[in-house]
Design a protein around this ligand. Sequence first.
Ligand code: IMP
Length: 185
Amino acid sequence: MTSHSGMKIKDLEFKKFITASKINEKVSELASKINHDYKALSPVFLPVLNGSFMFTSDLLKEIKLPCRVSFVKISSYSGTSSTGQLKTLIGHDESLFNQDIIIIEDIVDSGLTLDKIMQDMKGLGARSVEAISLLRKKPAREKNIEVKYVGFELDMEFVVGYGLDYDGYGRNHKDIYKLTEGTIE
Ligand code: IMP
């Protein structure tokens, strides 16, 4: 349910935090930087599903370079090894050997997901691997997770909208909302 500046998803209240027009401005700014930094190159964008679908769509409309796009997903399954939960990257169908890769994330929190993907890409023989994330939270900054292009820096807010979800809901909003109080474990 949405009102003028707030909405409820299941048991939690969210309020408007970053408006669609601010997001659009930022997306254009990030696209210009990439157009500049990669001129004369032909990068392969790897958006990480599900959260990055809306950001990816808007960003790529402003990329003026010859480029390819291949959506990827992290699938987690319980392994038999003692490490328990194993994560693997699925979906990259382009050959990535010797390519300039740009990973597109919606949000980097602990940075574990991005770090894992970047290591995998380097292992596949990519020529360069960089990342862009619309949002970055404090833990990733503190751990110096390398994200070359960042839209907005957050503290520890839990956010939804513009592709981001709470328990599967909220991805369809054009603005970003934050939790009004409390935290999600
Ligand atoms: P990390 O591996 O801790 O960096 O987690 C990154 C992933 O966690 C993101 O791609 C999101 O799917 C999810 N995530 C982290 N913070 C939020 C949030 O505030 N809202 C929605 N999803 C989040």
